[in-house]
Design a protein around this ligand. Sequence first.
Ligand SMILES: C[S@@+](CC[C@H](N)C(=O)[O-])C[C@H]1O[C@@H](n2cnc3c(N)ncnc32)[C@H](O)[C@@H]1O
Length: 305
Amino acid sequence: MNQPQVWDAYSKSYHNIEKNPAGFQFSLLNMLRLNEADEQTILQQTRILDAGCAGGHLHQYILQQRKQKCRLTAFDFSLEMTKIAAARMIKYFNNPLHGQIEDISPQEIENADISIFETHHIDCPLLEKNNYKIFQGDVQSLPQLNENQFDIYISNLVLQLVGNKDQAVQEAFRIIKPGGKIGIVIPVVQGNAPMLSLQQCFIKAGLIPNNAYKPTELENREGLINFMNKHGFKDIICWNQTIPFDLLDIDNNYIFPQFREILEKAPKEQVDQFYALFKQEIQNRLTQNLPFTVEALSLIAKKPL
Ligand SMILES: C[S@@+](CC[C@H](N)C(=O)[O-])C[C@H]1O[C@@H](n2cnc3c(N)ncnc32)[C@H](O)[C@@H]1O
């Protein structure tokens, strides 16, 4: 289910979600003290990696926090996502005085001045000049990246999707410098109200079995801390965070890719039943004056010196 093509097809909808991101990543970046100078590193050379970056909605924020003083590398295994990120950053570098998270139109994405190498590196002199690199890659295997390369590795809401989580974290450990930091966020299914509501409606409409989604062992603090310890990370800080998620617009952007795929293949009758149930769920929330809330586990840690 977690295939690049699925995320390619979802990239435009995700782009809508990125206009209004859940917000875990901002706490993560604060905890990583992204805006501080690293004493051991010459400011300009601080190297940051965003693993599974989607349409790159964090990138302007990172650059602004660092006052442009870093080298930002990003990748996603969906090529369509990387094109959106590249187009967004081209627009940003062409007009860096725009202070806000920048929006881009489908036209601007289409017309972005990029070429794509066979290795799926996006080539653009403007991005190069601004120390920004983006490519298509898989967190589980990153032969494109040398060991001990990055001061900060960020991965927001990606690890939960990955088949081989051990391999993904081993790769992260390999490419982070000794003394470098990692920051990750994974959603907690049980604390994820939209996800639970969606699941319930799918189950009631007979679209998935009752036991379709189970929490992984990483979805509790102890499990996640042990996992990162096992892979050599130290100085771990791990916290739960619950925040409102303002995405009640079911028609535009609400259906996550794994659910969307199921709906596309299901008989119309069941799909209609699902939508009726889910609209009712949304209505119930609104009548209680409640937003949907999502919960995630976030973690920062260091690779020992
Ligand atoms: C929920 S989105 C999170 C995106 C982004 N980090 C953010 O903060 O919004 C998950 C992203 O991870 C990407 N992804 C999933 N599996 C991946 C993998 N094995 N390697 C690289 N990217 C992956 C998807 O293409 C998608 O863009």
